[in-house]
Design a protein around this ligand. Structure first.
Ligand SMILES: [Zn+2]
Length: 245
């Protein structure tokens, strides 16, 4: 295949643009924010679980409080009823003794219940503080996650801009290339990841191997329009004054 040496040199610009496009594609899938988002989402789930645990503990305690208050009310009502009966003076002596015993035991019961109530109230306050902490903690993590997502979106937008710029430049470069040369470049690039490279000081710019003496003398003798390939890696070898031929 033949192509004007100046046209061949344009393949080097194309190869540079393709390297940039590859770099953009690599950066897009390897943004550190992707891993940070995964990690932050895991933390979020753990903190959501912690919040549910704290809320469940609080609602259990509130239910317990309600139950205790109801029991205290019952004890008080029973005591009131007993006192009213005693005050009315309509009951017999035997019943008076029973009622007095019952009243004493009701007062003891009430004291015990009120002590227990106080303890549960303290535990409820602590549980309320736990819930507030869990909510704030979760909100903090959510905010962090939102910040990372914003950073990721900015990075993606920036990469998108770069990609557009390189793609536009590529389209212009490709426009002026002969179809057969471009097809060869694309085929080699698809196979090797690299379409063309500069032959610099007798070394292939892609695989970095030095050409042997036979190849060097063949290239020296060849028509400059002849499209050369690297025997090692297959890329189109572009010759310039730097090639050492
Ligand atoms: Zn090579």
């Amino acid at each position: 295949m033949k192509a004007d040496p100046a046209t061949q040199r344009r393949l080097l610009d194309l190869a540079d643009v393709d390297t940039e496009l590859n770099r953009v594609a690599y950066s897009r899938t390897n943004l550190p924010e992707h891993a940070e988002i995964d990690e932050s989402e895991t933390t979020m789930r753990a903190k959501q679980d912690a919040q549910v645990v704290a809320e469940t503990a609080l609602s259990d305690l509130r239910r317990e409080l309600g139950r205790q208050e109801k029991e205290i009310d019952q004890v008080r009502a029973r005591g009131k009823r007993d006192r009213e009966l005693l005050d009315a003076g309509t009951v017999g002596a035997r019943q008076v003794t029973d009622l007095q015993h019952e009243l004493e035991s009701l007062i003891r019961r009430q004291t015990t219940l009120e002590d227990e109530l106080l303890e549960v109230m303290e535990r409820t306050e602590a549980a309320e503080a736990d819930v507030r902490f869990a909510e704030a903690d979760l909100a903090g993590t959510r905010e962090q996650l939102e910040q990372i997502v914003r950073r990721r979106d900015e990075a993606l937008a920036d990469l998108g801009t770069q990609e557009t710029r390189h793609a536009e430049r590529r389209a212009k470069l490709v426009e002026g290339l002969p179809a057969d040369l471009l097809a060869l470049y694309e085929r080699v690039r698809a196979q090797r990841g690299n379409g063309a490279a500069l032959l610099r000081a007798r070394r292939c710019g892609a695989c970095r191997l030095e050409l042997d003496r036979v190849t060097v003398s063949k290239l020296k003798a060849a028509d400059p329009s002849e499209v050369a390939r690297c025997d090692e890696c297959g890329v189109i070898l572009v010759r310039t004054s730097e090639s050492g031929l």
